[in-house]
Design a protein. Structure first.
Length: 232
């Protein structure tokens, strides 16, 4: 096995083309399950795709072989310019300070999946986190955020409270809304831009697969207004 820094799981953004995934990264589907209030409350495992050492995932939203690329980006004249910055997550966040937990939120990474809106909402739970149940709910909602735009921080250690994520990619589906969401990249898989610069490695991020995000390669929630559907 190579000791090269490029060995192992890796995602390469191809200029005006797909995501090239290498290193045998598992690919599956995860569905958003909504609670009585209509807000997301949990994840449900969906279809798993055959293991492959490498594969290309559609980034333009036009492929007829989704989630895989079939070359449709060429005919569609897809403009895949990456406009997201390479700065660290903590460079531009809003912080909510609570008695038992702190939260940081980055609009730049938000994919509008809305796990943070269940019940009273993650921010209200954080502000009331002197209560163990409120603290637990704030952590739960932060950890359910697939993009990692919302992060909970331990007051004692100052460390981020992160879900345990093995390297993998999940295709987010929202059956109740009838839309397909972004690619949920887990386990700090390196993501390299088309010009060869690596983005900050993070435990969880979401990549656009509808082709409409204004913060490519990351999702900005544009799939919702577009009514994007991966499947017929």
């Amino acid at each position: 096995m190579s000791d090269s820094p490029k060995a192992g799981p890796r995602i390469k953004v191809i200029k005006d083309g797909p995501y090239l995934v290498r290193g045998g990264v598992p690919l599956n589907e995860e569905r958003i399950v909504r609670g009585p209030d209509g807000e997301p409350c949990r994840w449900e495992k969906g279809e798993s795709y055959p293991d492959k050492e490498s594969y290309s995932l559609c980034r333009c939203g036009a492929s007829k072989a989704k989630p895989y690329c079939d070359g449709s980006h060429v005919e569609a004249a897809f403009d895949g310019r990456e406009t997201a910055g390479h700065g660290p997550y903590l460079e531009n966040v809003e912080r909510t300070v609570g008695p038992g937990i702190d939260l940081t939120y980055s609009e730049e990474f938000c994919a509008c999946v809305r796990f943070c809106h269940g019940g009273k909402g993650a921010w209200s739970y954080a502000e009331a986190s002197g209560d163990p149940e409120a603290r637990a709910r704030a952590v739960e909602e932060a950890c359910a955020c697939p993009s990692g735009s919302l992060v909970a921080w331990d007051k004692t250690t100052g460390a981020a409270i992160e879900p345990a994520c093995e390297p993998g990619i999940s295709l987010i589906e929202d059956p109740r809304s009838g839309v397909s969401g972004p690619l949920w990249v887990k386990g700090a898989i390196p993501i390299e831009s088309a010009d060869g610069v690596e983005y900050e490695r993070r435990n969880r991020v979401t990549l656009c697969r509808c082709g409409r995000s204004a913060r490519k390669p990351f999702c900005d929630g544009s799939h919702l207004a577009a009514g994007f559907k991966s499947k017929p």
